[in-house]
Design a protein around this ligand. Sequence first.
Ligand code: IYR
Length: 254
Amino acid sequence: TSKSRPWVDEDLQDDTDIRPTDDDDGDWVESGEEEELCHVPYLGSRYPVETMVQRSQDFYNLMNQRRSVRFISPEPVPREVINNIIHTAGTAPSGAHTEPWTFVVVSDPEVKHQVRLVVEEEEEANYRHRMGDKWVSDLQKFRTSWVKEYLDVAPYLVLVFKQTYGVVAGGKKTHYYNEISVSISCGLLLAALQNAGLVTVTSTPLNCGPKLRLLLRRPANEKLLMLLPVGYPASDATVPDLTRKPLHDIVVHV
Ligand code: IYR
């Protein structure tokens, strides 16, 4: 299928497991009829209607300013801010509350450079061979390429891994809906970055997952879902002059 649908990432068949016995050495464990969860009153905020309208409009205005920015300033960003943002991403809902995500934050310049070498080598092959002429020409107007300076320059690289299963004392734990769960957490991460005045570009480096997983010493149950360079925008950053679909083109009320 990777021939006809090159955007389907071959990493989903990650065979670089350094522990080849991994798949048969652990029994699947049940999350437990043994442990009970008590249910407590829900404490939420309810706002007056005018406040709701104002808040929803303000949040739209904030999020509508989000852009994929490929020119990131080397200026340092407080680690506390990054931690708060990842804490926010970790509030995402997940299948059976399994929280199947790992956020690897890379700030070490040497490791960032290693990430860049891996990504640029694979992306050059993607652009030259794997993506095909139509895909490459569809992207031309965005001026993307396999050269990704931001991987050296951004103060942080956040690599989001989905845990395809959990590893617990007795064996393996099923992570239901792990891909959509981690994808939702990525959406929250993007919103939290925007809220803090930071920028990123969502990159899903095709076929880099196994190498980056090994570089970052992550276990075999983790697959790379997204790579986000994070920082302040460069003072001379540019973005393509895009518009978004109007509301009436994206909503259907029944
Ligand atoms: N992953 C490549 C190519 C790319 C693909 C799409 I679809 C984009 O919207 C942008 C880029 C890259 O990161 O350059």
